[in-house]
Write a protein that binds this ligand. Structure first.
Ligand code: ATP
Length: 367
């Protein structure tokens, strides 16, 4: 009998360009599963999102949430539509609800330019950019989501929350990641990004980071204020290795990171907790390009590669790690040799051409 794990993947295609990037991603996963062997993927498509809320009055049905909870991993494209809102005026965002429901405290956003894609910065060192932003994803300012208050028409209040329990998990994850990257030849640097000079909550955040960092003498440990980091990420992003920050700061800096490597369609992400994980591109539903075949599926593909690598660790399934590596190499190969230039970078390559090029590169690798 072969020891071939079947991994159950909850699939949320969502709204806008979500289904347009999810469909080729599932095709890519099927191809790599066939090519590598040693594991099987079972996909379960689950309804959720702004379109569902508009049509049926519910954004994240309990049945979808429970199926996601039961799955081995969750693959999500994008959710939300600007015109569909809750009565309080906020957008429908079940992807954020999943982070709270499943305790996905670590939002992992790798920032690495693809070979052959012109980086936003002219400096030749831009090709060396290789850092990971870890965004706390269950508290910070987002702890107030759906709980804000408006007093009359005069004052609005939303409160930031930092807890020791979540910080300890978050920093443990961050520091282990920096250690792993150092073993693989990385810089071995972990930077805490905060605003400890103004807010007690951030002084507390930094203090816990420093406490945990003592167990990692092999790493270079530092801190910086978020405003300074925003500037340094534009001036010298190649200096960074692993950065960790609060939810709202991470939300903003991760878009800056995506901008450094070409755009939202290039930036993958994972939201990881103790038991569950959601893998999704950093971008949203991009209503301005929906239905035009212009969506860049690269971030979705790279998020699927992160999923396979995470599954490999959890299930001791080295074939999944190999499959993740092959997807990453196929994406690199397609951009390097295929003269691809996505619409978002001013080119003319849409979902179809980019998908075909990546599938062909994967096929080539398998020969
Ligand atoms: P959200 O508010 O959830 O961030 P959004 O769609 O309004 O969602 P982004 O996803 O940040 O915002 O995207 C900003 C713009 O970047 C989009 O309007 C679109 O033009 C472009 N964009 C985003 N994702 C892609 C993609 N995968 N391919 C091509 N262009 C994209």
């Amino acid at each position: 009998m072969t020891n071939q794990p079947t991994l159950n993947i909850a699939v949320f295609a969502g709204d806008g360009i979500g289904p347009e990037v999810m469909a080729p991603c599932l095709a890519l996963l099927r191809q790599v599963e066939r090519q590598v062997g040693g594991f099987a993927l079972s996909f379960e498509s689950l309804p959720a999102g702004a379109g569902l809320y508009r049509d049926e009055g519910v954004a994240l049905p309990t049945s979808s949430l429970e199926a996601a909870r039961e799955a081995d991993a969750i693959l999500l494209a994008a959710m939300g539509l600007p015109a569909v809102r809750y009565p309080n005026g906020t957008e429908i965002a079940p992807q954020i609800d999943l982070r709270f429901e499943l305790g996905l405290y670590a939002g992992v956003r790798p920032v690495r330019p693809l070979p052959g894609v012109a980086p936003a910065l002219a400096d030749p060192r831009a090709a060396e950019i290789d850092f990971v932003l870890v965004r706390e994803s269950t508290e910070g300012l987002f702890a107030s989501k759906d709980k804000g208050e408006i007093e009359g028409d005069r004052v609005a209040r939303e409160t930031l929350v930092i807890t020791r329990e979540t910080c300890e998990q978050l920093f443990d994850f961050t520091l282990r990641l920096a250690r792993q990257r150092k073993k693989a030849g990385g810089k071995g640097r972990a930077t805490c990004v905060d605003k400890a000079n103004v807010f007690q909550a951030f002084a507390f955040f930094r203090q816990i980071f420093d406490e945990q960092a003592q167990a990692y003498p092999e790493l270079v440990i530092d801190h910086d204020y978020v405003d300074a980091v925003a500037m340094k990420l534009v001036r010298r992003p190649w200096d960074y290795d692993v950065l960790v920050t609060e939810n709202m700061f991470g939300d903003i800096l991760s878009d800056l990171g995506a901008g450094l490597i070409g755009g939202m369609g290039m930036a993958p992400s994972a939201d990881i907790g103790a038991r569950h994980a959601v893998f999704q591109p950093c971008h949203g539903t991009a209503p301005d390009i929906t239905g035009q075949g212009k969506a860049n599926p690269t971030a979705m593909f790279l998020s699927a590669a992160m999923m396979l690598e995470w599954l490999a660790d959890r299930h001791e399934a080295p074939a999944c790690a190999e499959a993740g590596r092959r997807i990453r190499d196929a994406v690199d190969g397609a951009f390097f040799s295929g003269n691809l230039c996505p619409f978002e970078l001013g080119g003319e390559d849409g979902t179809g051409r980019i998908t075909d090029a990546v599938l062909a590169a994967l096929e080539e690798e398998g020969r």
